[in-house]
Design a protein around this ligand. Structure first.
Ligand code: 1CP
Length: 350
C-alpha cells in the first residue's frame, strides 16, 4: 500500500505533530467512522459476521481498519472496534443490532446492577493486541489511533439499554444515585483505561476518547459528575507518550472542560467555527474537526467551499487535524471522502 504521509515514523507523522502543535508538512486528515459505514468493500467483508464478532477477529479488524487508509490516503487509521467492546469482552450481554446500535440485555437500573458489572481484565484483550501489532506492521509510517468510549457515553447505553435521544434515565440515575453513579463511572473509566493501554502498548500512536453524548449535560454537571472520570481514563495512560484526543458532539459550552480533562486535542462538531472553538479551548491545545458530515451529501461546490472555510478558520488553532464534526454518515459516497482528503492536503501543503 502507499501511505499518504511523508514522515518516516508514526511518532513523527503529521497527525502526531499537529496534535502536539508542531509544524506539519500539511494538515493531517482522517474521518471519524471512516472504517465500515460507507465502504462497499467493508460490507462485502462483514457479510455473515456479526459486528461484535468481527471486532474480536484480528484478521477482520486488520483488514477493515486498512480499507479506508488505502482508499482515501488519510493520515491515520482508526482501529475497527466499538465503544461497547470492553463491556462485551468483560461479559456484559450486549448485541449490536443492525440499523439500531448497541442493545443491552439487562440495563443498569439499580445500585445492585452497578455493583454486579464485571471488570475487564487485560488478559482478555489478546485478540486486540494481535490486531494492533499486525496493523502497526502493515501501516508503516501511518499512525494508528486507538480509542475508547468515555465513561459517560458508555453509561448512557448501559442505563438506557440502547441508543436514546434525551438520555433521561441516565440523568435521573445521575441525580438520584450520586454515589452509585460515581462507582459506575469509576468502573467504566478503569475498563476504558485498560482498553487504551492495551492498544498503546501494542503500538497505537495516538488515542481518542469518544464522549459522543456529553453535550446533553450542563457545564456544571459535566464538571462535577463526569469530567473527573474522563480525566481518570487519560491519567490511566500514565507516562505513555501518545497524544490524546477528546471528542464529543454538541459540546460548545463544554469545550474548555473537555480540554481540561487531559487532552492534547479537542474534537469539535460543526456547530461552532474553529476560530471560536480555539478561543474557548485556549492556546495550549490543538483542534480536530469540524466538517458537518451532512455536507458530504451536498453538491461538489458546497463541499469545497466548506472545506476551504474550515482550513481557514483552523489557522486560529495551535494545531489542526482535519476531520468531520461527527462520524461519516452511511449514505456518504466514498469518493467524496477521498476528494476531501486530497483537497485538504492540497490547500495546506507547505
Ligand atoms: O471508523 C470506524 O467506524 C471505526 C470503528 C467504530 C468506532 C470508532 C465503530 C464501528 N464504532 C465506533 C465508535 C462508536 N460506537 C461511537 C462513538 C462515535 C460516534 O459517536 O459515532 C458510538 C456512540 C458507538 C455506538 C454505536 N455502535 C452506534 C451508535 C448508536 C446510537 O446511539 O445512535 C452504532 C450504530 C454502533 C454500531 C457500529 N459500530 C461500528 C460499526 C461499523 C457499527 C455498525 C455495525 C452494524 O451495522 O452491524
Amino acid at each position: 500500500m502507499s501511505p499518504a504521509p511523508v514522515s518516516a515514523s508514526p511518532a513523527d507523522s503529521d497527525l502526531v505533530r499537529a496534535a502536539r502543535g508542531l509544524p506539519v508538512s500539511r494538515t493531517p486528515v482522517w474521518f471519524m467512522r471512516q472504517a465500515g459505514r460507507s465502504l462497499p468493500e467493508y460490507r462485502a467483508l462483514r457479510a455473515g459476521t456479526a459486528m461484535l464478532a468481527a471486532c474480536q477477529d484480528p484478521d477482520l479488524v486488520t483488514e477493515i481498519t486498512l480499507q479506508p487508509v488505502r482508499r482515501h490516503q488519510v493520515d491515520a487509521a482508526i482501529l475497527f472496534s466499538d465503544i461497547v467492546l470492553p463491556l462485551v469482552v468483560a461479559g456484559v450481554d450486549i448485541e449490536i443490532k443492525p440499523g439500531i446500535g448497541p442493545v443491552v440485555a439487562n440495563p443498569v437500573r439499580t445500585v445492585a446492577d452497578v455493583d454486579a458489572l464485571p471488570d475487564l481484565a487485560p488478559e482478555q484483550l489478546g485478540f486486540l493486541e494481535t490486531a494492533v501489532r499486525a496493523l502497526v506492521a502493515e501501516l508503516g509510517p501511518t499512525p494508528l489511533i486507538g480509542f475508547a468510549g468515555a465513561p459517560f457515553t458508555l453509561a448512557t447505553y448501559l442505563i438506557e439499554g440502547g441508543p436514546s435521544k434525551e438520555h433521561a434515565r441516565t440523568k435521573a440515575f445521575m441525580y438520584a444515585e450520586p454515589e452509585a453513579w460515581a462507582r459506575l463511572l469509576e468502573r467504566l473509566s478503569r475498563s476504558a483505561a485498560t482498553f487504551l493501554r492495551a492498544q498503546v502498548d501494542s503500538g497505537a500512536s495516538a488515542v481518542q476518547l469518544f464522549d459522543s453524548w456529553a453535550g446533553v449535560l450542563s457545564a456544571a454537571d459535566y464538571a462535577e459528575r463526569v469530567l473527573p472520570h474522563s480525566r481518570a481514563v487519560f491519567d490511566g495512560l500514565g507516562e505513555r507518550d501518545v497524544p490524546r484526543i477528546h471528542f464529543g458532539v454538541g459540546t460548545g459550552e463544554l469545550l474548555p472542560l473537555i480540554g481540561d480533562a487531559g487532552a492534547d486535542v479537542v474534537g469539535v462538531d460543526w456547530r461552532l467555527p474553529l476560530d471560536e472553538a480555539a478561543r474557548r479551548v485556549g492556546p495550549g491545545r490543538s483542534l480536530q474537526g469540524n466538517l458537518d458530515p451532512a455536507v458530504l451529501l451536498a453538491d461538489r461546490d458546497t463541499v469545497e467551499r466548506e472545506v476551504r472555510r474550515i482550513v481557514r478558520q483552523a489557522e486560529a488553532a495551535r494545531g489542526h487535524i482535519f476531520n468531520l464534526g461527527h462520524g461519516v454518515l452511511p449514505d456518504t459516497d466514498p469518493d467524496v471522502l477521498t476528494r476531501v482528503a486530497a483537497l485538504v492536503h492540497e490547500l495546506t501543503a507547505e
